[in-house]
Design a binder for this molecule. Structure first.
Ligand code: CMP
Length: 140
């Protein structure tokens, strides 16, 4: 079934000039870009986005990091693109992420309080709908 997913190039990826490389991989895989925007997310939007992590030790560093600079936000579309983009992104920990994945090829541990791991991708159809409504209202 055709579905949509939210993809974010996080501030570390944006700062390193990796937005184009991430979008290139999305398109090379055969997914379609439906919406694209670059901006600094505010804390209110991030509190909604990361609601499930509230209270965890990495929550505040995560929100601070995510609001520290511009992100490239995209809605992508394609058959099973939620699972497919997660596979392209690789494991959350960029040190453990397999070569061939975005995080495995381009990421590393920087010894910081939060995993700076270049990209975010929705992890289920329910999260994708919820997240797209937060970042691109009306496009879910
Ligand atoms: P993401 O999966 O996009 O959304 C939650 C983020 O929290 C995750 O990426 C990492 O950036 C961060 N994160 C998840 N687990 C940890 C952890 N154990 N320690 C630090 N940061 C984490």
């Amino acid at each position: 079934m055709t579905e949509r997913s939210l993809v974010l190039v996080k501030p570390d990826g944006f700062k390193r000039g990796l937005s184009g490389e991430v979008l290139r991989r999305v398109e090379a895989k055969g997914y379609t870009l439906v919406a694209l925007s670059i901006f600094v997310p505010d804390q209110d939007r991030l509190a909604l986005h990361y609601a499930e992590h509230e209270g965890k030790p990495f929550y505040e560093p995560l929100v601070d990091f995510m609001s520290s600079g511009p992100v490239t936000a995209a809605v992508i579309e394609g058959e099973r693109c939620i699972e497919g983009f997660r596979a392209l992104a690789g494991a959350t920990d960029p040190t453990a992420a397999l070569p061939g994945t975005i995080r495995g090829d381009l990421g590393r541990d920087w010894g910081l309080k939060v995993q700076q791991n270049i990209v975010h991708g929705s992890d289920s159809p329910e999260s994708a709908k919820r997240e797209i409504e937060i970042w691109f209202p009306g496009l879910a």
